[in-house]
Design a protein around this ligand. Structure first.
Ligand code: ADP
Ligand code: ASP
Ligand code: MG
Length: 415
């Protein structure tokens, strides 16, 4: 008998028919003698709908109130899922994040889980119940409802698996695993039967939304056995397992995956005096405005001045552009402010890069052959990211996918 946490995303609980399918899968696992905790998202599109509704009332809704509202999406699906499981003849009970007591900090709309009280869940499981928990939501020590950021149900699933020391956390979605890149963009993308934890963490944080980044961090910290699977196909494969052991260098492909992210924007300050403290003078007001900076480039100074560029989340573009124009430019004596919110970041990821030289030049040559200009570059031991014009994103991803030998047959198992 194993204890399994199964997380079902929005498309997997999109309507009553899909919810019944979830209940049937849960029933099969239960019949095999396993204890099952189910974590569900809101029905697909519901969280977006609720956010739009709030914006019809207020252009920038209060985040505490937004959390009270968007968390209702998951409250609907836990009850429906519990009913569907009961319909299968299995006792089931649903819990909101607050009922479980998934304790978070008070950073509304992007809260972090601090602690999970597993006692009630464990007692129910021991009494033979299937437990259904709302993803994406928690509660502060003052009793306020919080949410964990978009895609946060993945993190609920893994955190509950960690708290219960589950044997496995299964993430059921609309694709049958983690692919070499988003199969919706590159039909030749291939499913990876395993991917290392380090690679998955990079791919998630660089834009592959199949898993929320924090869920991968949790899996790493608590060594949760994490697997991505399809809820749509009665698949003959085991999805993708996130592994903690690396393959031998001989077996390891150089590049395992390609990620992309359209959510960034680039800002530049031209003609900034080239003196100690200038990076701090530019970035500390940005940090104080709660804007996270991703990539940063400063050119070598010529004639006592330099150019400074950085990227931020696209949602923070206007706010940061205002700050640069009205505060930072006059404060630093810069000549000009420029902004571009039509960029994207494309990244190649692979632990195999460690033992291979020339990967970067291969990447740059591929982009050059397609006539794509690189605006910014950043590298780490296992990834290379470039910022390019958004309109070349798909072309870049497809070309790199081919160059690094990732193209496979068009798979029939994609959502
Ligand atoms: P869910 O609602 O189940 O949480 P998501 O939409 O959040 O599902 O995540 C699944 C989607 O992630 C897929 O439909 C796919 O388009 C996208 N995706 C992006 N990158 C990848 C990748 N490398 N492998 C698989 N899916 C990916
Ligand atoms: N329902 C939330 C969202 O749409 C959480 C999730 O699906 O993981 O972001
Ligand atoms: Mg998701």
């Amino acid at each position: 008998m194993a204890l399994i946490v199964q997380k079902y995303g929005g498309t997997s609980v999109a309507n009553p028919e899909r919810i019944k399918k979830v209940a049937q899968r849960v029933a099969r696992f239960h019949a095999q003698g396993h204890q099952v905790v189910v974590v569900v998202s809101a029905m697909s599109g519901e969280t977006d709908r609720l956010i739009r509704l709030a914006r019809e009332i207020h252009a920038r809704p209060d985040e505490r109130e937004l959390d009270v509202m968007v968390s209702t999406g998951e409250q609907v699906t836990i009850a429906l899922t519990a009913m569907a499981i009961q319909q299968e003849g299995i006792p089931a009970r649903s819990y909101t994040g607050s009922q479980v007591r998934i304790l978070t900090d008070n950073a509304h709309t992007k809260a972090r889980i601090l602690d999970i009280d597993a006692a009630r869940l464990r007692a129910d499981l021991d009494a033979g119940f299937v437990v259904v928990v709302a993803g994406f939501q928690g509660v502060t020590d003052r009793g306020d409802i919080t949410t964990l950021g978009r895609g946060g149900s993945d993190t609920t699933g893994v955190a509950i698996a960690a708290a219960l020391r589950a044997d496995e956390c299964q993430i059921y979605t609309d694709v049958d695993g983690v692919y070499t890149t988003d199969p919706r963009i590159v039909p030749q993308a291939r499913r990876l039967s395993t991917v290392t934890f380090e690679e998955m963490l990079e791919m998630a944080s660089l834009g592959s939304k199949v898993l929320q980044t924090r869920s991968v961090e949790f899996a790493g910290k608590y060594r949760v056995k994490l697997r991505v699977l399809s809820s749509f196909t009665e698949s003959d494969n085991d999805g993708t397992l996130i592994t903690f052991e690396e393959q031998s260098p001989m077996e390891q492909p150089i590049i395992s995956g390609i990620a992309f992210n359209r959510d960034e924007a680039k800002l530049s300050l031209l003609g900034v005096p080239d003196r100690p403290g200038i990076a701090h003078a530019i970035l500390s007001p940005v940090g104080a405005a709660h804007v996270d900076v991703d990539m940063i480039i400063q050119n070598i100074g010529v004639d006592g001045s330099t150019d400074f560029s950085f990227t931020v989340h696209r949602n923070d573009y206007n706010k940061t552009l205002d700050l640069l124009t009205h505060t930072i430019k006059p404060q630093t004596g810069a000549r000009e402010v420029r902004g571009d919110n039509r960029i994207c970041k494309v990244s190649i990821v692979g632990v195999g890069m460690r033992s291979h030289a020339g990967v970067a030049s291969q990447m740059f040559q591929t982009l050059a052959n397609e006539g794509i200009n690189i605006q910014m570059i950043s590298t780490s031991e296992i990834k290379i990211s470039v910022v390019i014009d958004e309109k070349y994103m798909e072309l870049a991803v497809r070309a790199l996918h081919k160059t690094f030998g990732l193209d496979g047959e068009d798979s029939p198992n994609k959502g």
